[in-house]
Design a binder for this molecule. Structure first.
Ligand SMILES: N[C@@H](CCC(=O)N[C@@H](CS)C(=O)NCC(=O)O)C(=O)O
Length: 211
């Protein structure tokens, strides 16, 4: 039985949707983030007190992409990973890493510029510069989703959940998700899955980008 530390409408939705899609037993532990007094069990699993964090039979894990990959590999029958030896394995790792290390920092800046700059003016400039970069990153992702609908055509993998969940946030688009038709198609496909609909409900999201 897994235990997922989560906060509403956060990166926890990535791990949460993978757990739901896999249909495995798990318990959801809602925690407060951005607090001076994080839940001690949460802090033990996630030293920055960031969600998601997962407790599993062998220990704990944090980082949304790592949790998604770990779960997919623990439950290979669901086919959400691309295994070692598969010709697409390299590109699978590329996109998983790109989503965590190239897309996510700019997404974070849009929501929490105060983490990166002290003055309000500097924060606004940082957000502006980051949004420009985000536009290029989203373009590259949109190109990668051709022919789609997923990163690997009809083969749904955790990459689609890692991207699909954060692409539901309208704040990440320079103008609108409509500028990225392949990305929009991915968000629609991912968010219409019953597993993901259950997750969005629990996170209080009735409207997402593209819907
Ligand atoms: N790199 C982490 C980022 C997780 C993260 O920053 N989560 C946010 C919520 S979306 C959080 O818990 N923030 C609380 C904090 O930074 O104190 C991941 O992918 O899991």
């Amino acid at each position: 039985m897994y235990r997922l530390f989560a906060a509403p409408n956060s990166y926890a939705m990535v791990a949460h949707s993978v757990l739901e899609e896999l249909g495995v037993a798990y318990e959801l532990a809602w925690v407060e983030i951005f607090t001076d007094k994080p839940d001690p069990a949460f802090l033990a699993a996630s030293p920055h007190a960031r969600v998601p964090a997962l407790v599993h039979e062998h220990g704990t894990l944090y980082e949304a992409g790592a949790i998604a990959l770990y779960l997919a590999e623990r439950h290979p029958e669901a086919g959400l990973t691309i295994p070692v030896g598969d010709p697409e394995r390299g590109r699978f790792l590329q996109w998983l890493s790109y989503l965590a290390s190239t897309l996510q920092p700019d997404v974070m800046i849009q929501f929490h510029p105060e983490i990166y700059a002290i003055d309000a003016d500097d924060q606004a400039k940082l957000q502006q510069a980051s949004m420009k970069r985000l536009g290029r990153v989203l373009e590259i992702l949109d190109e990668a989703l051709e022919p789609g609908p997923y990163f690997f055509a009809d083969r749904l993998t955790v990459c689609d959940f890692v991207l699909g969940m954060q692409a539901t946030w309208p704040e990440v688009y320079p103008r609108s998700i409509d500028d990225y038709p392949n990305l929009k198609r991915l968000v629609v496909k991912v968010t219409e899955r019953p597993s993901v609909r259950r997750v969005l409900d629990q996170h209080g999201l009735d409207k997402v980008a593209g819907s």
